[in-house]
Design a protein around this ligand. Structure first.
Ligand code: 5RP
Length: 269
């Protein structure tokens, strides 16, 4: 697939000159509603924006909770249609048109695929269709893999889901870190970023970030482990140090502890 200037430009806004990225995920409300510490998205997002290489969110939160002058690339979530109340989270479709994405100046579009789940076929075909539309305008598509209740997130499964996403044309793939993650990276021909998953202690989340980058991830697309921390700014800056400055876990932990003392930024809702 050729890469025109617009495509390269958009990808270079997301991946910095070192080829790495810290994406801030705040799209959780699209199926979870007012997620803890994201009840008021503007309040959560604003202090973190200066440290995010891009922001992943829906059009509703973008329009209403992010200043249009913000100098941050937008990764627009365009899939949805199901809520946390349903058993089957895979029942998603495309919820935002390509025209809307262009109007909102999206740098990339994000859609979830559900490999091995009930609506696998629909979500995979939706990915392929979205890629067809987005590529027409030079917009990369990020495939979000492995969001599901019961999936064993091991290397075999994640490699399957990530490879399928890349084969269908995703320019970048979001997945989870796992044992033998190098195998997932090695068999996926496009950059992988990792989600953080449920909130864990800060040092463990820094270790997860470190392991993922060491094993070949191009960075993170992280949400809860940043903004559910009592010190979200310190946390995103510590994550950045690992992703962009090759910091060790000890160094990042030190950065976190120093910054949390100085910037008493506690997100209160
Ligand atoms: C949900 C998503 C989230 O953006 C993703 O899970 C990343 O957030 P977290 O780090 O909180 O897991 O795509 O479908």
């Amino acid at each position: 697939m050729s890469m025109d200037w617009g495509m390269r430009n958009r990808l270079s806004r997301i991946f910095k000159s070192d080829g790495k990225t810290v994406m801030l995920a705040v799209d959780h409300g699209y199926f979870q509603g007012p997620t803890t510490r994201l009840e008021n998205p503007r309040r959560t997002i604003e202090p973190l924006l200066p440290y995010a290489d891009s922001i992943m969110l829906t059009r509703g939160v973008l329009r209403n909770c992010v200043d249009a002058r913000a100098d941050v690339p937008v990764v627009l979530r365009v899939s949805g249609g199901v809520s946390i109340l349903k058993e089957d989270l895979s029942d998603e479709d495309i919820t935002t048109s390509i025209e809307e994405a262009i109007r909102l100046n999206a740098s990339a579009l994000a859609l979830s695929i559900f490999v091995g789940e009930h609506h696998e076929h629909r979500t995979l075909v939706n990915l392929a269709r979205l890629v067809d539309e987005a590529e027409r305008y030079g917009i990369p598509v990020l495939a979000v893999t492995a969001v599901g209740r019961e999936m064993a997130r091991d290397a075999r499964y994640l490699a399957l889901a990530c490879r399928i996403a890349a084969e269908l044309g995703a320019r970048l793939v979001k997945t989870y870190y796992c044992e033998n993650f190098e195998k997932v990276v090695d068999s996926c021909p496009v950059p992988l970023v990792i989600a953080g998953g449920k909130k864990i202690p800060e040092r463990d989340a820094l270790q997860l970030t470190y392991n993922a980058v060491r094993d070949g991830a191009a960075g993170v697309d992280m949400g809860r482990n940043i903004w559910q921390s009592d010190h979200p700014v310190a946390m995103i800056r510590a994550v950045r140090a690992i992703v962009h400055d090759n910091a060790s876990v000890d160094e990042a932990w030190q950065i976190f502890n120093e910054l949390k003392g100085k910037e008493e930024v506690v997100v209160k809702q």
